[in-house]
Ligand binder design. Structure first.
Ligand code: ADP
Length: 179
């Protein structure tokens, strides 16, 4: 199974993916976290943040996830995954493999949270050399999924509650699909 997380920077994708991995280990379920930020330093280091490059980035991450899923592992892709058509195309390319989980947190809460300082940089005046222009949700678009398989609200629920919801969803799917 492949879990295709999507959500703005700081929404909690990596935090939840790692928390679920820890919960899964207690049940001897094998979960791999494919962290977009990490892969941008290796397999995807030639890619930038244009629509085309973001799309290619997600194709590569999904290929890695698919190879792991083929070995019976649960692969969680932690990346912003901003485009609806890309999420849909990848779901069609790997039928019955991918579930979309929307890690949702309103922009106002993210600006307050700003754990990586990215929103502060995006809000700088245009002439500031430190200004970040292509942050998803600010300069770049994020297309919310219309019918995600699971919708998590990390501004309402704690890390523990959100992780449990995601973990229970994965467990249910694993039981349903016999994988
Ligand atoms: P992303 O991978 O989406 O960019 P991170 O997981 O790196 O986000 O950071 C999310 C931040 O938000 C962490 O500091 C985390 O502790 C915090 N946070 C607060 N509430 C939640 C929640 N319910 N779920 C996940 N993260 C949360």
């Amino acid at each position: 199974m492949i879990i295709q997380l999507c959500g703005l920077s700081g929404a909690g994708k990596t935090t939840l993916a790692l928390a679920v991995k820890a919960l899964a280990e207690k049940k001897s379920l094998r979960v791999d976290v494919i962290d977009g930020d990490q892969y941008r330093k290796t397999l995807c280091k030639d890619l930038g943040f244009s629509r085309e490059d973001r799309t290619e980035n997600l194709k590569r991450l999904t290929k890695v996830a698919f190879e792991l899923a083929q070995k019976g592992r649960i692969a969680i892709i932690s990346a912003i995954h901003p485009y609806r058509d890309v999420r849909m195309d990848l779901k069609q390319k790997y039928p019955d493999q991918i579930k979309t989980v929307f890690v949702d947190c309103p922009l106002e809460s993210l600006i307050e949270r700003d754990t990586k300082g990215l929103y502060k940089r995006a809000l700088l005046p245009d002439n500031d050399p430190d200004k970040l222009r292509n942050l998803t949700g600010m300069g770049d678009s994020f297309e919310q999924p219309l019918r995600p398989d699971l919708h998590l609200r990390t501004d309402i629920h704690t890390v523990e509650q959100s992780a449990e919801m995601l973990f229970n969803y994965i467990l249910d799917q694993t039981i349903l699909n016999g994988k």
